[in-house]
Write a protein of this length. Structure first.
Lengths: 328, 283
């Protein structure tokens, strides 16, 4: 039985006189114990999908089940077995870390004593001792995220939803939070996490759904997705931007796709069929042409490349940020 | 913290499948507890609930006491019901502000993913605000007694008057809670309540006798729910003096009007607010 199952979810909002299809036939299946990443730019529909799955909003059409329970007709039962942590750390500023977690435990109906005990446990496990007895107000974003994440784990949830768990965190806090999430999933919890960071999906998820404009446009493990857009890439760093034209011509002859040149004109890339031999051939020609190089190498495609290839636009540089936030 | 986090190693189990016997009351109590903790930690609330009533009682009784004459009683006696009315009316707006703020902070989203009773957050919100209003009420009564206010009809009618004020405030809390879930930001609640409730309390019999108001304002004041509330409390406190009573129905039957109005507000706005809550999510 899949732990999360969504079929043909649709949700349309009206925003400034226009219909926005936040979900446009989204379907997905997550087997038990897997970690699935929903990857997509702002406005792709990730948050809306999570809100439907965590019973916060009703889709216009389509069905969804979590742990075998229908999110529309068995919402109360669903809530008993899930934990969720939102995009915006939903902690109460005026309560201490401990009180926040105790409140969540009580609302899960653990009973006051058990709730307090569990809260203490989580404070320790998440290294939150200093936030335990002081109001959350005044603590850093990373600390709040940890409290919010701890809130999602007050019960031992069968399914955990993490909506952009590290958005807005500095790199150090992000890596620390990744560690926490990884140790969680090692225990076998089924996790659905959304992210706009390709690196994060790559790092945490067993497999990835790439979402754009409210539907899944690709799915697979990170390796499968990379393979889907083909082999290797040759990357060059030129000493002199004046050589850009010549280098580009040479790469174009060896590549299987278009050559990309960055704004400085000194950094070039091209997809190729076979890395090592093509690189050697290209380097020989570049040497003959007198093009001086800082660096040359082969690299595997990143999820950024995947995204660019699949959607025609980069993951981060999407300008329609309206949809994800429009849920009301 | 790493390996201990793993599933099945923690002491805690899933919550008992049957849960508490009275989930609504248990959840509402938890939310009330949380809201009261918030009050204790925000000086703003304490200032509003404690200092402002004292200030109003002092200002009005001392400043206007000498210039406003009420037939058959003194102005301080006449005034107190008006200040009570105004304070509980504004006190009820906390429910709107609180809901709007929780929605904005995403706390409502958190609550809505928990297996709570759908009415619990609203019940806990309005209960905490009622507690705060009751505190204001006690402070005002004590301040009033210090500046010379007396009730003349005995203890039971006095308690009846206090109960009526709090009932009205509680019912109005639900109206404000609904509005709080419909506005975009909490600030809207503050501004709107100032723009609407301020005139409403001033064009009423709260601070002056309505027969002294010019024609159209007088008609408005006689049908103003605030006037009925104040009139009802005033009559239960024995603070009416001999000021003439208007023929308008709410003025002739103020207690019945306030009771009916409060019950109607609850009957209409409790279901509306709960329904709205189950569809609310952070924007």
């Amino acid at each position: 039985m899949p732990m999360i199952e969504a079929h043909d979810l649709r949700k349309t909002y009206r925003a400034s006189g226009e219909d926005v299809h936040a979900l446009d036939g989204l379907s997905l299946q997550v087997p038990e114990g897997r970690v699935i990443g929903l990857l997509g730019p702002n406005g792709a529909g990730k948050t809306t999908a999570v809100k439907v799955l965590t019973t916060l909003i009703r889709p216009d059409s389509g069905t969804a089940r979590v742990a075998g329970l229908d999110v529309l007709t068995q919402a109360r039962e669903v809530k008993r077995v899930i934990g969720s942590s939102g995009q915006y750390a939903a902690v109460d500023e005026n309560l201490t870390g401990l009180e926040n977690l105790e409140m969540v435990g009580r609302l899960y109906h653990l009973g006051t004593r058990a709730a307090r005990g569990r809260a203490r446990e989580l404070i320790e496990l998440f290294d939150l001792a200093e936030a335990g007895d002081r109001p959350v107000k005044g603590f850093s974003g990373g600390m709040r995220r940890r409290i919010d994440l701890a809130g999602a784990l007050v019960i031992d949830p069968q399914v955990l939803f993490l909506d952009e768990p590290t958005t807005g965190l500095d790199p150090r806090s992000r890596i620390a939070l990744w560690g926490v999430i990884k140790s969680l999933v090692a225990g076998g919890t089924t996790v659905l996490l959304t992210t706009q960071y390709l690196e994060e999906a790559d790092h945490l998820a067993d497999s990835i759904y790439v979402i754009d404009q409210g539907r899944v446009i690709a799915e697979g493990t990170s390796d499968e997705l990379k393979a889907q857009i083909g082999g290797h890439r040759i990357a060059l760093a030129l000493v002199d931007a004046a050589d850009s034209g010549a280098a580009r011509e040479i790469l174009a002859r060896h590549g299987t796709g278009p050559v990309t040149v960055d704004d400085s004109g000194r950094s070039l890339e091209v997809p190729v069929q076979h890395g090592p031999s093509t690189l050697a051939a290209a380097l020989a020609e570049l040497g003959q042409a007198g093009v001086q190089l800082h660096d040359a190498g082969i690299r595997r495609p990143t999820l950024d490349d995947v995204f660019l290839t699949l959607t025609g636009h980069a993951a981060a540089a999407s300008d329609d940020s309206a949809t994800d936030g429009a849920a009301s | 913290m790493s390996s201990q986090l793993a599933r099945h190693t923690d002491a805690v189990a899933l919550p008992p499948p049957d849960g508490p016997r009275w989930p609504l009351l248990s959840d509402a109590w938890t939310i009330t507890w949380r809201n009261v903790l918030k009050f204790k930690r925000s000086p703003d609330y304490v200032v509003f609930a404690v200092l402002q009533p004292i200030m109003f009682v002092m200002l009005f009784s001392q400043v206007y006491g000498g210039s406003i004459r009420v037939e058959g009683t003194n102005y301080t006696d006449y005034l107190m019901a008006g200040i009570f009315g105004q304070t509980v009316l504004f006190g009820a707006t906390f429910s709107g502000y609180g809901m709007a703020q929780d929605l904005k902070d995403g706390i409502i989203d958190r609550f809505r993913t928990l297996p709570m009773h759908p009415a619990a957050v609203l019940l806990g919100r309005t209960a905490a605000d009622l507690a705060l209003n009751t505190l204001s009420m006690v402070i005002m009564i004590l301040t009033g007694l210090v500046v010379g206010w007396r009730f003349h009809e005995g203890l039971l009618p006095f308690l009846g008057g206090v109960g009526l004020l709090l009932l009205f405030s509680y019912a109005f809390s639900w109206v404000m809670a609904l509005i709080g879930m419909m506005v975009r930001t909490p600030e809207v609640i503050n501004n709107a309540s100032f723009m609407i409730l301020f005139p409403l309390t001033f064009i009423s019999n709260a601070f002056v006798q309505s027969q002294n108001l010019p024609g159209p304002l007088q008609a408005f004041a006689n049908w103003n729910p605030v006037s009925a509330l104040v009139q009802a409390a005033r009559s239960l406190f024995g603070n009416l003096g001999q000021s003439p009573v208007s023929d308008a129905i709410p003025m002739r039957y103020p207690i019945a009007t306030v009771l009916t109005g409060s019950v109607l507000m609850l009957v209409i706005f409790v279901p509306l607010a709960v329904t709205r809550y189950t569809r609310s999510s952070r924007r």
